[in-house]
Design a protein around this ligand. Structure first.
Ligand code: ATP
Ligand code: MG
Length: 415
């Protein structure tokens, strides 16, 4: 492809999906102008016979969750698969197993998510599907097409927003969008019309003539997202699209994404924000250390916990408490299904958590153990993550959420 010289190097493969023009170097700039002005050689659009038929789903379950929260192998004869991944593995040089034999699919029109901590393998999986990174083993099909057999076709059909935003800071918002349109074989006129539509949709009309370098973080995310939508892809890959944004900007991105999905765009999103996964995703895979440990609707995942959670912290002035003593005491109470220790918090999984609080308080105070806080919650995705992985998704997030004043017992609604 002629403009491949300007493509970014995303680790392993140079791609033209999103081209970042450099200024003011003559060659690249004139190439950019050529493209915008339509004087470059037009690349042939894919022929319809190039499009492989979308396959029926096949047995793909690989994770073993103890309560079988979901079986992704369910036959879906009427659904089309936008993404179909089987036994996918990626080992980077240095024997880093980033993705370890995972299986999942994404149906047409679905809002699907990967929830996982740093280094879980989210970006690697997404880059394999976007044909930016080569897989080591297994199969991966996007729009029915094998990622190795026709990567160019896949790149032209999808929208892919990388985790790291990469924009030309010297281009205006509108130029950024028009360029993407031209690169996707639109005429300059068509690209301009589409750019105006997107600037309106993403509330960037006022800033359309300003250079992207003057945009705030939230505006940059929005223009980046808009730039992958110029060619109206039916399948979007969004790698942590709201990472680092303030709550307000995050909510406006969620609103756009919901709207797109309502209009029929299939979205595969990665995130480490539980609220985001819970709110947006129809189905969710929890991924940790390269392995999918659970996959289902957020609702079913939470129900799979099967209990309320009573969280306890202890008065630090009494010194460290003996976890085993506490476990023995609390285990005497009926219906306690699990007791987990995490840093200075103890989580007791039980039916009717609020009703168990008096008994827990009595038993512990009878042994002279002073409690700093006690709270009852219905299961959240955080609890689901803890159950299936044995740790919190991001330690720094949880430390602030469990400390409550001694006298305050709150009951938090689960999602
Ligand atoms: N190019 C590379 N070479 C070697 N190892 C890599 C490379 N890219 C990623 N890794 C490793 O692969 C693992 C998975 O990384 P990946 O970027 O897919 O995780 P992630 O879930 O996207 O994390 P984050 O939430 O931090 O974005 C990590 O251990 C990472 O260090
Ligand atoms: Mg990542």
């Amino acid at each position: 492809m002629r403009f491949q010289t300007m493509a970014q190097n995303y680790g392993e493969i140079k791609i033209p999906t999103k081209v970042i023009p450099k200024r003011p170097n003559g060659d690249e700039n004139s190439l950019l102008l050529d493209m915008i002005n339509g004087s470059r050689e037009k690349e042939q659009a894919p022929k319809s016979e190039d499009i492989q038929p979308i396959q029926s789903p096949v047995e793909t379950a690989s994770f073993q969750a103890d309560s079988e929260p979901n079986n992704p192998t369910t036959q879906l004869p009427d659904d089309q698969l936008m993404v179909d991944v089987q036994n996918l593995t990626k080992i980077y040089p240095g024997d880093v197993k980033a993705v370890n034999n995972i299986n999942f699919f994404v149906k047409q029109g679905e809002f699907f998510g990967f929830l996982g901590p740093n280094g879980a393998g989210k970006t690697t999986t997404m880059k394999i599907l976007g044909t930016l990174v080569r897989k080591t083993a297994g199969t991966a099909k996007v729009l029915g097409v094998d990622v190795d057999s026709n990567p160019d076709f896949i790149r032209r059909q999808i929208g892919f927003a990388l985790q790291e935003i990469s924009l030309d800071h010297l281009s205006t918002g509108k130029e950024t969008l028009v360029l993407q349109g031209v690169l996707h074989h639109m005429s300059k006129k068509e690209a301009e019309i589409r750019a105006d539509e997107l600037l309106e949709l993403f509330k960037l009309k006022e800033a359309a003539k300003r250079t992207v370098g003057t945009y705030s973080g939230g505006m940059r995310r929005r223009i980046d997202l808009a730039s992958v939508l110029v060619h109206k892809p039916k399948l979007l890959f969004l790698d942590e699209p709201t990472e680092g944004l303030d709550p307000q900007s995050r909510q406006s991105i969620w609103q756009y994404l919901k709207q797109l999905n309502d209009e029929g765009v299939t979205i595969f999103l990665t995130t480490h924000y539980m609220e985001e996964a819970d709110l947006l995703c129809e189905r969710l895979a929890i991924i940790d250390q390269g392995v999918i440990v659970a996959l289902d609707t957020p609702e079913t995942l939470k129900k799979s916990i099967g209990a309320d959670i009573v969280n306890l912290t202890f008065d630090p002035t009494q010194g460290p408490v003996n976890n085993e003593t506490i476990k023995t005491l609390i285990s005497q109470i009926e219906d306690i299904s699990e007791i987990k220790f995490l840093d200075d918090t103890i989580s007791v999984f039980t039916q009717n958590g609020a009703n168990k609080v008096p008994a827990i308080l009595n038993l512990l105070s009878g042994e002279g153990i002073k409690i700093e806080s006690i709270s009852v919650s219905q299961p959240s995705l955080n609890d689901v993550f803890l159950k299936y992985t044995g740790h919190q998704i991001r330690e720094e997030e949880t430390k602030t959420s469990v400390v409550n004043p001694m006298t305050r017992m709150w009951v938090r609604g689960g999602r």
